[in-house]
Ligand binder design. Structure first.
Ligand code: UDP
Length: 510
């Protein structure tokens, strides 16, 4: 029988697990990988419902539509549950942390999120009348900022998994920091200390460079919120991680042992989509990037990007820019929040870079959204200057791309140690101080125009030279990156580690 004609036995139909995924709305970079996890689960035969807010639903839907799913993607449903932004004193449509007007809005956002959780619970219970889940869930996978899902899962009698968006090594470091608190023994915020989770490798960082859990005040809100999130972490039944077991030198198993729960490596989740773009739906920015790259020589381009919302003080941006425009390689540079830059920085960008993408442009600046995965897969790209966000890190690994590392905040300094010291696929730019996460570009540029640059142009140039080096050192990094690329691909192929973990998760729920 043709696949679609096969009569599905009643038992098999009713025993198909139904996973409800609720991505954290901290930023696009949480929503993208959780949507991809939903696509992977659906491609393994599970029924999947992704619950999100109305403003974030189009992003989720467009990603689901682009995934090549069996049976035309009928196994996956995307549902928008209203997010009561206005009731909590936020502007209508303010449905992600990175859209907040100022850090003072953080508590309001979490209040709205709690009420969103109540609406999600009504929907999952079926209290909402006609508006309720298509069938009973067998598992909930929740983003890290939704601690209310635990009570819901317990009430429904189903397991609750968490997705943080971090890698296993970073999660292992966080677990160690919570339990052993080595950061409390150092005298100054700049003193380096080791997080000894993966001997013989050292993970030397300073207190300033730690993830938000260990910083006084952050986008995760104040003490009680952080406490609630930690309790959520500790109480969940398992952790889903966008990684693959072969990548982080046994970190997934060590994390499982340290946290005392299942850790499922199911990535790289970006491989759930083909890196080629659909010409029908390509944005102008995407067209410009890809057409410009098509004119460049094999492995000649430096791609520089700092994540979905990463910004730096204007003085720092200009130092970086001077290195990018004067280096011998063509550069594709994604600048977030360019409209909010002070006038002199705007003028510098205008005079020294090009946003039109004509073939001869030396440094093409993208001010909107760059198609990162297709860019990393393009044969013209030879190196990636990255902020070490975990999504970008894994996308680079999956593309076999060597990196120059410029962490900004969150767990990115720990990721840098993994990329440079453990995996040997990166060179460090040498940033020591985090760039405070001001949540949005306008606030960063508006309030930090006077902040001096920590990293000078020469320092960036030196890192780029090492990144693009054609000698033995550069060659060795490229060789390692290619090796990881093959392992990444293998992990999601039939019988690979992530493939098996997805199958095991689904079977454990039947
Ligand atoms: N991204 C993209 N285009 C951009 C900026 C970001 O496609 O112009 C995607 C990138 O591919 C990755 C995510 O946004 O999937 C960024 O996630 P990451 O964890 O690296 O960083 P964050 O945004 O959380 O700092």
């Amino acid at each position: 029988l043709h696949r679609s004609q096969r009569v599905i036995p009643e038992m098999e139909r009713t025993m198909k697990p139904h996973l409800v995924l609720i991505p954290w709305i901290g930023g696009i970079s949480h929503i993208i990988p959780m949507t991809d996890i939903g696509c992977l689960l659906a491609s393994h035969g599970a029924a999947v419902t992704i619950l999100t807010t109305p403003a974030n639903a189009p992003l989720v839907r467009s990603r689901v539509d682009r995934a090549a799913l069996p049976h035309g993607g009928t196994g996956i449903t995307v549902t928008a549950i209203p997010f009561p932004a206005a009731d909590a004193g936020l502007p209508e449509g303010c449905e992600r942390l990175d859209l907040l007007r100022s850090p003072a809005d953080v508590p309001r956002f979490f209040t709205a999120n709690k009420r969103f959780g109540e609406a999600v619970a009504r929907y999952c219970r079926g209290d909402g009348g006609a508006s309720s889940l298509p069938c009973r869930p067998t598992c909930i996978v929740a983003g890290m900022g939704h601690p209310w899902t635990l009570g819901l899962a317990r009430e429904l009698g189903v397991p609750c998994y968490i997705f943080h968006g971090f890698g296993a090594f970073a999660l292992l470091c966080i677990e160690h920091l919570f339990k052993h608190r080595p950061h409390e023994a150092v005298a100054s915020p700049d003193e380096l200390f080791d997080i000894p989770v993966l001997p013989p490798f050292e993970c030397r960082v300073s207190r300033r460079q730690l993830p938000p859990h260990f910083l006084p005040s952050t986008s995760m809100g104040g003490g009680p919120l952080k406490q609630e999130m930690r309790e959520f972490d500790v109480a969940v039944d398992g952790v889903v991680v966008n990684t693959f077991e072969e990548l982080e030198h046994g970190s997934t198993a060590l994390l499982a042992a340290a946290a005392g729960k299942k850790v499922l490596a199911v990535g790289p989740v970006s491989l759930s989509h083909s890196p080629s773009l659909d010409a029908q739906t390509m944005s102008d920015d995407a067209w410009r990037c890809m057409a410009w790259l098509d004119t460049k020589a094999y492995k000649s381009v430096v791609y520089a990007s700092f994540g979905s919302a990463g910004c730096m003080p204007a003085a720092q941006l200009v130092q970086l820019g001077m290195a990018l425009v004067s280096c011998p390689w063509p550069v594709l540079w994604v600048v977030k929040g360019a409209d909010s830059l002070p006038d002199d920085a705007k003028k510098w960008l205008r005079e020294n870079t090009d946003a039109d993408g004509v073939a001869g442009t030396k440094c093409l600046v993208v001010r909107g959204w760059a198609p990162q995965v297709p860019i990393l897969a393009h044969p013209a790209v030879g190196g990636f200057l990255t902020h070490c966000g975990w999504g970008s890190t894994l996308e680079a690994v999956a593309a076999g791309m060597p990196m120059a590392t410029w962490p900004l905040f969150a767990e990115q300094f720990v990721n840098e140690r993994l990329i440079v010291d453990v995996l040997g696929v990166g060179v460090s730019v040498g940033v020591t101080k985090p760039t405070e996460n001001m949540l949005t570009a306008s606030k960063t540029y508006g309030s930090e125009a006077e902040v001096e640059a920590e990293v000078g142009m020469e320092q960036v140039t030196e890192a780029l030279e090492r990144l693009m080096d054609q000698g033995a050192e550069g060659e060795e990094r490229r060789r390692k990156a290619q090796e990881l690329k093959l392992k990444a691909k293998g992990a999601l192929e039939k019988g690979g580690s992530s493939y098996v973990n997805l199958e095991n998760l689904i079977h454990s729920l039947v």
